[in-house]
Design a protein around this ligand. Structure first.
Ligand code: NAD
Length: 425
């Protein structure tokens, strides 16, 4: 534990800073020779709070719910980050994810800070009416602290565009005026963008295509394996298939499937709709999730959970490129092993930032009342992602370091630059 200039206890060593990337961040802070003041500014969120609010459930009984919101840093613009409904949330984990959101927005150079929040609830145990009441109750509890120029929520785990629509409506009822820019990921009819649904996957694919060019790998010979077949993984598989890549393996929580000749992804999507999983797809070989991660492929796309690539399996990975569409799918130990094996790991803060980039377009269109067609949205997304890739890649070449390290360095430097311009440093 360290003491700052005001002799407050600052847990820089034990991790008020992001626990999900502590090892990497410590190394970066030391490489950048950050001063005590700079470390202090980044060490903790600016605002982190817990709310409790009552909801009358279907049985007529009142139940108190707990919600969190963390606004880690807003030097570069309003705080921005998802709202998740999950039974295992902690304020610390929200804080870690809010920190990563700050880095992500800074790496792709959009004018947002980072936030994260949620409600401690298993949404599967609520009926639709209760889900709406919980959403509205949470927004009433945090309404004074969010806003289109303060903190802008978005969907995250177990929250969707319907929940964003309730958030919008509740906030506007409180403020007694229209304010579409208060939340992103809304339905199109309420000012959302169609591309938001697949923008995380597409943003990642734009980056992947740059990396493939860089490595001299061509489209026809590139075999891709994707872990996770939800919102992100399914869209990644669909878009890659449409672009002519060979997706040879996919998986979900029930297991995986492999076809070395390439899976017919539209048929896999139909199969999953009817049988609720990808396994059992006709003509494909059944594999486990562990086998998917180490299968013979050129590109591996983790799109499910955190810490899937670890010291126990990283050595067996055969892919030449890993595109992290999931958040934190690679542990620090695995990252080191993969770097030594010359596997290019395109880190989450860059690879999966397409969603927040399109959220930024949604927010700015809401503010300007100026709606672009989908083609323009996608072109702007492509330009933003490629420009971020080039910034990160340039540092990798200069310093011969991992992409994660160069992305984090860019993010930290941009946040501190904004703090300096504001006179906070
Ligand atoms: P989702 O809930 O829609 O899908 C998750 C998928 O992972 C499901 O297909 C599920 O079956 C599968 N899965 C669960 N456990 C698994 C296991 N053990 N092995 C293999 N697959 C498993 O979630 P999502 O929105 O697609 O998010 C996936 C990841 O991408 C998460 O890490 C999320 O934080 C990250 N992410 C999502 C977005 C976004 O726009 N949705 C943006 C940035 C990052």
């Amino acid at each position: 534990m360290k003491m700052n200039r005001n002799h407050e206890r600052v847990h820089i060593d034990e991790g008020n800073m992001c626990r999900l990337c502590a090892a990497e961040i410590k190394e970066i802070y030391s490489d950048l020779s950050l001063s005590e003041e700079e470390l202090d500014i980044l060490a903790m969120p600016r605002r982190a709070f817990i709310v409790r609010f009552p909801v009358k459930t279907g049985t007529g009984k009142t139940r108190m719910f707990v919600g969190y919101r963390v606004q880690y840093n807003d030097a570069r613009g309003p705080a921005k980050g998802g709202i998740r409904f999950h039974p295992d949330l902690t304020l610390e984990h929200m804080s870690d994810l809010a920190f990563l959101m700050c880095l992500k927005c800074a790496v792709v150079n959009i004018p947002f800070g980072g936030a994260k929040g949620g409600v401690l609830v298993n949404p599967k145990e609520l009926d639709r009416n209760e889900l709406e009441l919980v959403t509205r109750g949470y927004i009433r509890a945090i309404a004074d602290f969010i806003g289109a120029f303060r903190d802008i929520p978005a969907p995250d785990v177990y929250t969707d565009e319907q929940i964003m629509a309730w958030i919008l409506d509740e906030y506007e009822r409180i403020k007694r005026e229209h304010c579409p820019a208060i939340v992103t990921g809304k339905p199109v009819a309420l000012g959302g963008l169609k591309a938001r649904k697949y923008s995380t996957a597409l943003g990642g694919i734009y980056i992947l295509e740059e990396a493939l060019k860089e490595r001299g790998m061509d489209k026809t010979g590139t075999r891709i394996a994707i872990q996770g077949f939800g919102h992100v993984g399914k869209n990644a598989a669909r878009l890659l298939h449409e672009k002519g890549y060979k997706v040879i393996a996919v998986s979900d929580s029930g297991g995986g499937i492999l076809d070395r000749e390439g899976l017919d992804i539209p048929s896999v999507i139909s199969h999953k709709k009817t049988s609720r999983g990808v396994t059992g797809f006709s003509g494909a070989q059944g594999i486990s999730n562990e086998q998917l991660l180490t299968c013979d492929c050129d590109v591996l796309v983790p799109s499910a959970l955190s810490s899937q690539l670890h010291s126990g399996n990283a050595d067996d990975v055969k892919a030449k490129i890993i595109l992290e569409l999931a958040n934190a799918p690679t542990t620090a130990e695995a990252d080191e092993i993969l770097f030594k094996k010359n596997v290019l790991v395109i880190p989450d803060v860059l690879a999966n930032s397409g969603g927040v980039v399109v959220s930024y377009f949604e927010w700015s269109q809401n503010l300007n009342n100026d709606y672009w067609d989908e083609e323009k949205v996608l072109e702007k997304l492509r330009q933003t992602m490629i420009s971020a890739y080039r910034d990160v890649h340039a540092i990798c070449l200069q310093e011969q370091c991992r992409m994660r390290k160069s992305a984090y360095k860019i993010g930290v430097k941009r946040i501190l630059h904004a703090e300096r311009l504001r006179g906070n440093l």
